[in-house]
Write a protein that binds this ligand. Structure first.
Ligand SMILES: Cc1ncc(COP(=O)(O)O)c(C=O)c1O
Length: 398
């Protein structure tokens, strides 16, 4: 009998969004007619100037190791971006270039957590957060953002869960899966509680360019927050660079030092070539991303209207990101033509995938079993087909 594997690792769940997307891709490879709105991946190609920067990097021999924290030129450009767009002043030594934003979340938690530390996670949450907290020996503490408050948490709710063991809060603004966007006033109220309770704040801002109403504010830019915040961002969503794997942490110098040490021992650095591609992205500025946002806004409106019609209810239009988190609990208790009762979001998504070939993600994966998540970072054609399939699946339930 081989010796047992790591208990810490056995305790974490696999990512359900990745699992659903992989299943949909497998079904497509088997020749099945499947539309997947499972993954949060823009359907546009990586812009040409970014690809050119990568080609240029290869041609000029940028194929060797870089510093573990990333190349200086890229870290300087990230500092310029954070200063110009977010009002945040960092030195290049405070930036760690990572293999995607997911890796930046891991680094941040690894730098902060001691066994038993509590990390507050507003729910619904991105699937990865609680699993990484648990993996690192921390305890995720969920605070439910109520549907009536656009799934956002309030300062009062935050105050109630803080105690001596609370180490940090992990914010995601704009939020995957809900598309909620916190206003400056809401962030100021949360920041007050964060400062009063001497917490760290990890702020995942990968959807910052996809805000449809109002403007984006980084919580780190609020008074008293920068020295206790780790800002996370990346290139996957904003520059259609999901496969390139580049993100970053911007943190107070002592934390940046630790993150650099972790990275130096664990992964070293993201691909040298991809880092040059990221410089190409930052040199482009965000005009292309904002054009993409305008396309997403139209797709969002389409989805809100069609999915709302299928469910026979008016849906809220998400203010950011590219997901629709739709309440579907009105169909729970109904049965499929095969006689299976739909008891929750997992049953419903399984039925929709099997009967209609539409992959969407159960809300249970994000800590809210009443909803399902549609990604509308997909072509108009796929969205139209997805809505028809969803409507047919709902209509078939008795
Ligand atoms: C909130 C959030 N953070 C981070 C990521 C991961 O981004 P990356 O591809 O840069 O690792 C995602 C991807 O879905 C996300 O939704």
């Amino acid at each position: 009998m081989p010796k047992s594997l790591s208990n810490r690792t056995l305790n974490i769940a696999a990512s359900l969004t990745v699992a659903i997307d992989s299943l949909a891709k497998k079904m497509i490879a088997e020749g099945k007619d499947v539309v997947s709105l499972g993954a949060g991946e823009p359907d546009f190609p990586t812009p040409e100037p970014i690809c050119k920067a990568a080609h240029c990097a290869i041609d000029s021999g940028k194929t060797r190791y870089t510093a573990p924290v990333g190349i200086l030129e890229l870290r300087k450009k990230i500092c310029e971006k954070l200063s110009k767009e977010n009002g945040l002043r960092y030195e290049p030594e405070q930036i760690t270039v990572t293999s995607g934003a997911k890796h930046a979340v891991f680094n941040s938690l690894a730098a902060l957590i001691n066994p038993g530390d509590e990390v507050i996670i507003p729910a619904p949450y991105w699937v990865t957060y609680p699993e990484l907290v648990k993996w690192l020996g921390g305890v995720p503490v969920f605070v439910d953002g109520l549907q009536e408050n656009d799934f956002k948490i309030t300062a009062e709710q935050l105050k109630q869960v803080c105690n001596d063991k609370t180490k940090a809060i992990l914010m995601n603004n704009p939020c995957n899966p809900t598309g909620s966007v916190y206003s400056r006033e809401e962030l100021e109220a949360l920041a007050k509680v964060i400062v009063e309770n001497d917490l760290y704040c990890i702020s995942d801002e990968v959807y910052e360019y996809f805000v449809y109403k109002g403007t984006f504010t980084s919580i780190a830019s609020i008074e008293g927050m920068k020295d206790r915040s780790i800002v996370i961002n990346g290139f996957s969503k904003s520059y259609c660079m999901t496969g390139w794997r580049v993100g970053y942490d911007a943190s107070p110098a002592p934390i940046a030092k630790i993150i650099g040490k972790i990275q130096g021992q664990a992964t070293h650095h993201p691909s040298n070539i991809a880092q040059y591609a990221a410089i190409g992205a930052l040199e482009m500025g965000n005009a292309e991303s904002l054009k993409m946002r305008d396309v997403f806004r139209k797709r969002r409106d389409f989805m809100v209207s069609k999915i709302g019609e299928a469910l026979g209810q008016k849906l809220r239009a998400p203010e950011g990101a590219f997901y629709l988190f739709a309440p579907v609990n009105s169909v729970y208790g109904r049965t499929t033509p095969e006689g299976k009762t739909i008891k929750g979001s997992v049953d419903l998504c399984e039925y929709i995938l099997e009967s209609q070939g539409l992959a969407i993600v159960p809300g249970a994966a994000f800590g809210n079993d009443n909803c399902v998540r549609f990604s509308y970072a997909a072509s108009d054609e796929n969205l139209e087909s997805a809505c028809r399939r969803f409507e047919a699946a709902i209509r078939s339930l008795k």
